[in-house]
Write a protein of this length. Structure first.
Lengths: 97, 168
């Protein structure tokens, strides 16, 4: 949810993995599965940075951006989440694990 | 005493400086090792993405710290990629095809159903045990998380079975 919040708040910007992890305050190892899953669901689109690696002195990054579908779906999820937070119900993890 | 002073003043700073020089190399090796936890088809792209992200970080030690975090998260990354590959493969035996006119929620339910089939269960069993209202109250992301957890549970269960049968 933290990642979604960052993505929605900056929906006009491109983001790379570690930047999102820092903004969402989660471990870098946790942000990549989220990005992969959101991209496979069509919520995110990704593109490699267009730079000359020898000039810039670093390797290119992969940038992510919310799609139109992702933006509306993420806002819906965040609203649902917010409502749930205000009126907590049984969490799924507690029922299964 | 003189030797101790010499060691403290010369060798320790040298050693520390040398160690700091090694940090990018260590980070690179950690990322390489992390990539071995991923499905072979996605290894190269994912490694390039990590390398690009790590390269831009200032400092040396932070590279190792972030690479370690990525290494720790690599099994989950591998699972996410494997799930994506399974969903993208129409002929996969355990994943039913998702009609294009399905909503995202229905897609998530089908994904969850596929994971449950993997675990020798199905969505109806879950609905019966957890209740229709509970299932309907879940968000898409929660359903996806449930699917992940069940798939992980199944893997652990199978691993446990394998171990049991391996024992004499």
């Amino acid at each position: 949810m933290a990642v979604l919040t960052v993505l929605v708040d900056n929906s006009d910007q491109d983001h790379y993995g570690l930047e999102l992890a820092a903004k969402a305050r989660i471990n870098p190892g946790s942000v990549y599965p989220i990005l992969i899953r959101l991209e496979s669901e069509g919520w995110l689109t990704s593109a490699w940075e267009d730079i000359d690696e020898s000039i810039v002195g670093r390797r290119r990054r992969k940038y992510y951006r919310l799609t139109g579908l992702g933006c509306s779906a993420a806002e819906r999820e965040l609203t649902t989440w917010q409502n749930r937070f205000n009126h907590p119900v049984l969490r799924p993890g507690a029922a299964i694990i | 005493m003189i030797w101790l002073t010499l060691i403290t003043l010369i060798l320790v700073p040298l050693f520390v400086a040398e160690l700091f020089q090694c940090f990018p190399w260590i980070a690179e090796k950690l990322l390489l090792f992390a990539s071995t936890k991923l499905p072979a088809s996605a290894r190269r792209d994912q490694l390039a993405q990590w390398q690009g992200d790590i390269d831009a970080l200032p400092g040396q030690l932070i590279k190792v710290i972030k690479a370690t975090s990525i290494l720790l998260g690599s099994p989950a990354i591998g699972r996410a990629i494997a799930t994506g590959i399974r969903q993208a493969r129409p002929s996969a035996p355990t994943t039913p095809a998702v009609p294009t006119d399905h909503s995202r929620t229905q897609h998530a339910i089908v994904t969850l159903d596929a994971a449950l089939n993997d675990a020798s269960l199905n969505i109806e069993v879950l609905r019966a045990s957890l209740g229709e209202r509970f299932m309907d109250s879940l968000t898409t992301i929660e359903r996806m998380e449930m699917a992940d957890r069940l798939a992980a549970f199944k893997r652990e269960y199978l691993r446990g079975l394998e171990k049991r049968y391996e024992q004499p």
